[in-house]
Structures are given as C-alpha cells and as structure tokens.
Design a binder for this molecule. Structure first.
Ligand SMILES: [Zn+2]
Length: 142
C-alpha cells in the first residue's frame, strides 16, 4: 500500500495542473479533468514539467490517445513549433533525480497546490527541473 515518492509527486503535480486549468483545453468544458501529458511521462524530465501538461477532460484525452497523428498536429499548434521542437528534444533525453531531489520536487508542488488553492495562478516548474532544462537549452544555443 505504500506509495513511492514518484506516485506522490504524480498525484500532487496532477492536481496542480488540473486545478490551475479549470477547464478542458480542447473542448473548454468545466468537467473533471485529467492531467494530460503532451509527451508521455516515461521521461522524468517531462513527467513533472508543467509546460508538458494540460488539463483535458477524459473524453478529449482518450480521443487524442486513440488518434496520435491528430494529437501531434494539435500539440504543435498548441505549443508553437519552437516549444514543440524543444519538448521533442527533451523527450529524447534521460533525466535522473535523486531521492533528495524528488523530495524537493514534491515539496515544491505541494506549495504550488497550496498557492493555487489560495487563488494563485500558474504552475511554476520545480527549480531542479527548470535548472536541468535550462542547461539543455543553454547547450543548444552555443
Ligand atoms: Zn474536452
């Protein structure tokens, strides 16, 4: 029954994305939402990256899961080509977070969840995730 830390982060992070979104990004219905990952969550660098996630109703989420071509086109339109290309690049990379770093990530998104519940807007990425991603971006610009 013991949930590991990745699952705990998944749960808190998902609530942040869904609470912040308020409605389905595709059909704009205010119904219970999924936290939909634009790139699958197998890659740790993208799993808890707000830029890679949207609030989507179950119906739209399932539709795009079943129609990957259409989904890719929609994703590119949603993100714009520059960010889409960057996320595609990140999706091809391996990121690792130590247990201590995962603890920091969990604490961060717990604070964000609290902020959103108090009326805060937006889900800032956990600093350790942002740092690793900035390092990739920096390397790409040289
Ligand atoms: Zn929808």
């Amino acid at each position: 029954m013991k949930r590991d830390i990745k699952q705990k982060i998944d749960e808190v992070f998902s609530r942040c994305i869904r609470m912040d979104a308020g409605w389905c990004i595709s059909c704009k219905k205010s119904v219970p939402l999924d936290c939909s990952h634009l790139h699958g969550r197998a890659r740790l660098g993208l799993r808890w990256l707000p830029l890679n996630c949207v609030g989507q109703c179950r119906e739209c989420h399932r539709y795009y899961t079943d129609n990957p071509e259409e989904f890719r086109a929609w994703r590119r339109h949603h993100l714009g080509p520059k960010v889409d290309d960057f996320l595609i690049r990140l999706a091809g990379m391996t990121f690792k977070f130590s247990k201590a770093e995962q603890g920091d990530i969990l604490d961060h998104y717990r604070r964000v969840e609290f902020d959103i519940a108090q009326g805060g807007i937006g889900v800032p990425a956990a600093p350790i995730i942002q740092e690793k991603i900035d390092a990739v971006r920096g390397a790409g610009m040289q």
